[in-house]
Write a new protein. Sequence first.
Length: 360
Amino acid sequence: MSNDQKGNIRIVDIAKLAGVSAGTVDRVLHKRGYVSEEKREKVERVLQEINYEPNMVARFLASKRVYRLCAIIPDYAKGDYWEQVTEGINRAIAELKNFNVSVEYVFFDQQETDSFMKVTSNIANKDFDGILIATLFGSRVIDISKELDQKEIPYVFIDSNIPGLNNLAYFGADSFVSGTIAAKLMTKEIGKSADIIIAHIKNTDKGTSTQMHGRELGFKDYLHKTRFNGTLHPIEIDPQNYVSAIRQIEEIIENTAGAVGGIVFNSRIYELAALCQKLHSPENNNIVLIGYDSIEKNTDAMKNDQVSFLIAQRPGLQGYDGVKALSNYLLFKQCPEKLNYMPLDILVKENIDNYNNFRL
């Protein structure tokens, strides 16, 4: 068969050569649906004989079809968690450039529900082909999902999952499990009769994200199941005014003879670490700090022996896989698995320099 003939061959031609239906050939080519072993072998034999190499890039370039994705994520400063997510999204888009896939970012203030509501108020009517959503504000995400369902626009969740919705897929950690891991690490370090500071970093919204809520539930569930009989001390840290929080922590330390644990359920354990350095006698405190995410401020605190453990969840991979799942669905009608949990990596000072948050 000449090169010209190979370039013009159609699925129906392959079907005739193999003695099967065009539908069978389509299922073999796209690896979906059931095909008997006998028919699969016939199709694959023909494909091998004609050296079938479908030029998918050329096909999509010729169609001039453009796919517009939207990524709804928090705005960020350099070195923040969401910068890593964006790096993953951008890497995926770079790999898909020949398929005419682009992304438009819609940023919101992660401390303001109103900001999220404002930027997403008309998102379903903006002619996007697919949406990637950071699910910090769960109730509003539910509303958006219903709007997207009506428009039949596929959407993928990252950061935390919200069960019972029609999202194409979720890429991220199991929040409850990550809280369980933190509690297990904590009690191994300080015992089951110690004091634990649960620090919430003050924000203007006075609420917690879906991710943080799931982590805290998992943390407390593990403590309950393992008969933890110490004391939990919820405190609020105002980064603009540490005085009240410092007073509370010093009081906790003064009233316990043993170790004290401290945890923050978002990526800002560095705030609690900085606060502990402001205590009247920081060298004498014995606080075991556990936090989340390998952002630079957290890793610096770990290298300075202020943080004992970080639990990381590969934010770059979440963004990358989320965009790839949407694109494969739009381009090739490939449906991903609904739940795609990221590995939960336990980081310590000794392995932090070699950690790659992006790839498996």
